[in-house]
Design a protein around this ligand. Structure first.
Ligand code: ATP
Ligand code: MG
Ligand code: FE
Length: 344
């Protein structure tokens, strides 16, 4: 069974092709990503109209490249999954419209898929089926959530989430404060490796005894970095030390809360995914703390952490395997799709 996955929720046009083997295992056959990130860099964030237009231009050529890479024809497709939310409305619509056209033309089932469980599904391409239950720490540009995953296709429950900025958003804003390029994750990660993580003690949001146990807050941390830098106006800023100290605060809070949730909920497997899961310090600290707590940690390779079509094809494959009812051809984009709604 061949599943085509289409992703266009933000600034990456992703086309993935996954085969469901006779034993149920998933094989990744193609993973094409065309990014419009360079077009947004000078604005310091994604410009929705620019992203939509870039998707429109990149989609069909990316599909062509994916089928070439997989040595398959469009007519080999048995099911299509497309991100229908959450994300930018105009960007989502490009993928959804294309997927509907392909599904109608090929007469195959269509699944409107939720981008967030898609990030978790990416890990199954690398490490195989998820045990049930597992705890997912989803850390991306727009979301920071702890999810209890009983079944990727049918049962995902939010355990905690950020009350303000997402972790990736904090990376992007702090990069701007430090004069580093957009998106901020990779350059901060790089600068942090040269810096001292103990140089500055930045605040750990929502870690007080009376704070919501599994929720996150990163806006205070971002403000603290901004204040620290402003207070030294005219002086040379030790960018590497600020980056390392900021990164340490983020990784500390994320891993402490995730391990605490897993322990208290009696869950022994943790998956970290989404763009920030590509962060070197986060994965190292998560590995150390999970090992200490007897939790099995799974982190997909960086390429599968950031947005791509393979993760949507993977989620589609799980929906097919679980025999979930396909979406109707009236499918539309839902920019605010809640995480528990895996398909619509
Ligand atoms: P969402 O999935 O919530 O809709 P998104 O799809 O835009 O948001 P992703 O593509 O999953 O987000 O992740 C992008 C984010 O990951 C950006 O904020 C980027 O700065 C961050 N990121 C990428 N690489 C790293 C890294 N090595 N360290 C920290 N953050 C990173
Ligand atoms: Mg992106
Ligand atoms: Fe994403």
């Amino acid at each position: 069974t061949i599943v085509l996955g289409i992703e266009s929720s933000c600034d990456e046009t992703g086309i993935g092709i996954v085969r469901i083997e006779s034993d149920g295992a998933l094989t990744l056959l193609a993973d094409e990503v065309a990014s419009s990130v360079d077009q947004h860099a000078r604005f310091g964030g994604v410009v929705p109209e620019v992203a939509s237009r870039a998707h429109l231009e990149a989609l069909v050529p990316s599909v062509t490249r994916a089928f070439e890479a997989a040595a398959l024809e469009l007519s080999d497709v048995d099911a299509i999954a497309v991100t229908c939310g959450p994300g930018l409305a105009g960007a989502l619509l490009v993928g959804v419209s294309a997927a509907k056209a392909y599904a109608a033309a090929l007469n195959v089932p269509l699944y409107g898929a939720n981008h967030l469980p898609g990030h978790v599904a990416a890990d199954t391409l690398e490490h195989g089926p998820l045990p049930s239950p597992c705890l997912a720490l989803l850390v991306s540009g727009g979301h920071t959530q702890l999810l209890r995953v009983d079944d990727l296709a049918t049962k995902i429950t939010e355990v905690g989430s950020t009350i303000d900025d997402a972790a990736g958003e904090a990376y992007d804003k702090v990069a701007r404060i430090l004069g580093l390029p957009y998106p901020g994750g990779p350059p901060i990660d790089k600068a942090a490796r040269r810096g001292n993580p103990d140089a500055i003690r930045f605040p750990r949001g929502l870690t007080g005894p009376r704070d919501a146990k599994y929720d996150f807050s990163f806006s205070g941390l971002k403000t603290a970095v901004a204040r620290w830098v402003e207070a030294r106006e005219g002086q040379e800023i030790p960018v590497d030390d600020v980056a390392a100290s900021f990164q340490e605060a983020v990784a500390d809070v994320l891993t402490a809360k995730a391990v605490r949730a897993a322990t208290e909920l009696g869950i022994d497997t943790m998956v970290v995914s989404g763009g920030v899961a590509a962060n070197s310090r986060l994965s190292t600290l998560a590995a150390a703390r999970c090992a200490e707590a007897g939790i099995t940690l799974r982190v997909p390779r960086p390429r599968l952490c950031t947005d791509n079509g393979a993760m949507i094809a993977a989620l589609g494959a799980h929906l097919v395997k679980a025999q979930v009812r396909p979406s109707s051809l009236d499918l539309s984009a839902n920019p605010g799709l809640p995480v528990g709604t895996v398909t619509v």
